[in-house]
Design a protein. Structure first.
Length: 165
């Protein structure tokens, strides 16, 4: 087993790679390119840019998250083959930098949901938090409005152009 830490990327995460490097035992970064819409090919140069950033700290990139499945694939639409080919090309690009695990969410419409992005814990740290009761009671359009109102962070599956639809 190898310990990794989730990093949202340079300029998109309040926790820097310098700080992550201080966590004993962390060998790798779980990462993503949050600004790439579902169905688009992840450009090799962007992937290599993340590798260069993490190489400076000796981290591996074995795990990538949020290579999202386009809705056309999920729905079996006529244009799905284009998006399947794009996904395969992205897999090849990721493999070229050593990625071994690709995580994705196959949920319709939303990639993922949390009720709190900065839940304070007893030790003064923060964490993502999910409360089923809050999500069940929530109006989906209100959820979209809340996410859209926070332009400081982009999150996979919650890209501004996707939220408009």
């Amino acid at each position: 087993m190898r310990m990794v830490f989730r990093w949202f990327g340079e300029g998109n995460d309040s926790v820097s790679l310098t700080k992550i490097k201080q966590i004993p035992g962390v060998e790798g970064i779980v990462w993503a390119l949050h600004d790439i819409p579902a169905g688009e090919i992840w450009p090799l140069d962007r992937i290599q840019e993340v590798k260069k950033q993490t190489d400076l700290y000796g981290f591996h990139l074995d795990v990538v998250e949020s290579v999202n499945i386009h809705e056309s694939i999920k729905l079996g639409s006529a244009d799905r083959d284009v998006y399947i080919m794009n996904y395969l090309e992205t897999i090849k690009h990721l493999a070229s930098v050593g990625v071994k695990v690709i995580c994705y969410n196959f949920m319709p419409v939303f990639d993922w949901v949390r009720t709190d992005l900065f839940r304070s814990l007893p030790d003064q740290s923060t964490a993502l938090f999910y409360e089923k009761e809050k999500v069940t009671a929530m109006d989906p359009l209100e959820l979209v409005r809340k996410i859209a109102a926070n332009p400081d962070y982009t999150m996979p599956g919650w890209e501004p152009e996707r939220l408009k639809r």
